[in-house]
Design a protein. Structure first.
Lengths: 215, 252
């Protein structure tokens, strides 16, 4: 009964099953909940999410989870945001006007450019496998959830907006789309966000989840 | 760089993977869970399951298959076939699908695309279009497994689906499906150029050069194939290596 425990915050946005199955496959015991007591008692917490930023923030507010997650972030409990769950960690998003986020990592969420750097049209959403590289402004992946991965490992992305942390050192990994750099993993202290889906990125992603549940 | 995706497609009926020629003459190709695992091992970027069961009696089978696959395979899974309402989308997502592909019901009730994408996000709504050439540079949308003409222009229809919230278009040439003579490249190019969202080319792959042509000439963001993989002619890995040699970015 010593399986690492993970609380996945269930706030009614998107499909938590894949995240749950991925974590369980890595050996975790997963609890899906929106109860503050259970969230505060967690050893580690995942904030998932797909869909629109403002819907997700409204859902968190309805469940009184905004303050809960902000309080959680002051404690030494590892927190992992996935996809939209990562974008929510930032201060605000430009999706449908300006919407305030959780503000746990300084910065904002802006649209993925619709043109390549050389001015050609590029498809949105950014869907598919893209390779992760340490950002030039980070100190590398040691001590992060990417510790067991190698530069060039490909992960599965699907998103139309992207996070831009205002402190460049909060960008742990990035990928390139049409010449533009996109934040793939961001983090500060015990808070991490992945724009890609580790639970859908094959062995590369499972390595990340295994690292997270043993952190 | 974003890799072009290779997506093996599993047509499922009565719990088995089958493959038809021009939507008829089905041939057994094996157990879906076993095949899904094999393609994952070979490096497939995603898997697509199309439930081609004609009767509602066997509907439950696809849910059990998806649940089983999702427990073992950690890459994106798309499921289509018989999706008629938002409830069906929810049930498939709950079974473990990451995306749901909608074809006939999008034509019957376009609002379904708007409702489903508003509720679950565009990223999980794939609109499947079966198109048949009716004049040079002109393709018509067919539904009901290719049996029913709609009078809709494929390019215009794809644009409408994008506007309503589709996240991707799965574009199948009915003229080419099962023919093994390659994608309908002008069709693929016309739809891909018109859209902002990614296009998955489907129908007609008979060799690895066809996959390359779909990307380079058709402008496809992903290529879907069935029979070349099912019967062991090529592995997904061989396909990727060939594409890489032709200068296409793939995940190896």
């Amino acid at each position: 009964m010593n399986a690492p425990e993970v609380v996945v915050i269930d706030y009614g946005v998107g499909n938590l099953l894949s995240v749950q199955r991925g974590l369980e496959h890595c050996g975790a015991k997963v609890v899906l909940t929106a109860e503050p007591d259970q969230i505060f008692a967690a050893k580690r917490v995942v904030l998932p999410g797909v869909g629109a930023f403002d819907n997700a923030m409204q859902a968190l507010e309805r469940l009184n989870l905004v303050k809960v997650i902000q309080e959680l972030a002051t404690r030494p409990i590892p927190l992992l945001g996935i996809c939209l769950g990562m974008q929510l960690l930032l201060e605000e998003s430009e999706e449908f006007g300006i919407t305030a986020g959780l503000g746990l990592i300084p910065g904002r969420v802006i649209p993925v450019p619709t043109q390549t750097l050389s001015g050609e049209k590029q498809k949105i959403p950014h869907i598919g496998w893209n390779s992760l590289h340490p950002s030039s402004t980070s100190v590398g992946w040691d001590g992060t959830i990417l510790q067991d991965n190698s530069p060039g490992d490909a992960a599965y992305f699907v998103h139309s907006f992207m996070a831009v942390p205002s402190d460049p050192s909060h960008r742990i990994a990035e990928c390139r789309y049409g010449g533009h750099l996109i934040s793939a993993t961001i983090g500060r202290d015990q808070i991490t966000g992945c724009q890609f889906h580790p639970e859908k990125s094959g062995e590369v992603g499972l390595k990340i989840l295994r690292r997270f549940i043993t952190s | 760089m974003l890799a072009k995706r290779i997506i093996p497609c599993l047509d499922v009926t009565a719990g088995r993977v089958v493959k038809g020629v021009s939507f008829v003459e089905l041939r057994d190709a094996g157990d879906p869970v076993e095949i899904a695992r094999r393609y994952d091992d070979q490096g497939a970027d995603e898997l697509t399951f199309l439930d081609i069961t004609a009767t509602s009696d066997d509907r439950g089978i696809i849910f059990r298959i998806i649940e089983e696959v999702a427990r073992q395979v950690f890459i994106p899974l798309t499921v289509g076939g018989g999706v008629r309402q938002v409830e069906d989308v929810r049930n498939l997502l709950n079974a473990g699908a990451d995306k749901v592909s909608i074809n006939t019901s999008a034509v019957v009730n376009p609002q379904l695309i708007a409702d489903a994408s508003a509720r679950y996000g565009s990223q999980c709504i794939v609109v499947a279009i079966d198109a048949k050439q009716v004049a040079p540079g002109h393709w018509e949308v067919f539904t009901h497994g290719g049996r029913k003409a709609t009078g809709l222009d494929a390019v215009q229809w794809a644009l409408k689906m994008q506007k309503l919230g589709a996240g991707e278009i799965l574009l199948t040439s009915m003229d080419r499906d099962g023919s093994k003579i390659g994608f309908d490249l002008p069709l693929t190019r016309a739809v891909s150029d018109a859209l902002e969202i990614p296009v998955i080319a489907s129908g007609g792959v008979g060799n690895l050069q066809h996959l390359v042509d779909g990307v380079k000439q058709g402008g496809a963001d992903a290529v879907l194939a069935a029979s070349i993989f099912h019967y062991g002619e090529y592995t997904v890995q061989q396909a990727k290596q060939f594409m890489a040699q032709q200068g296409i970015e793939v995940r190896l």
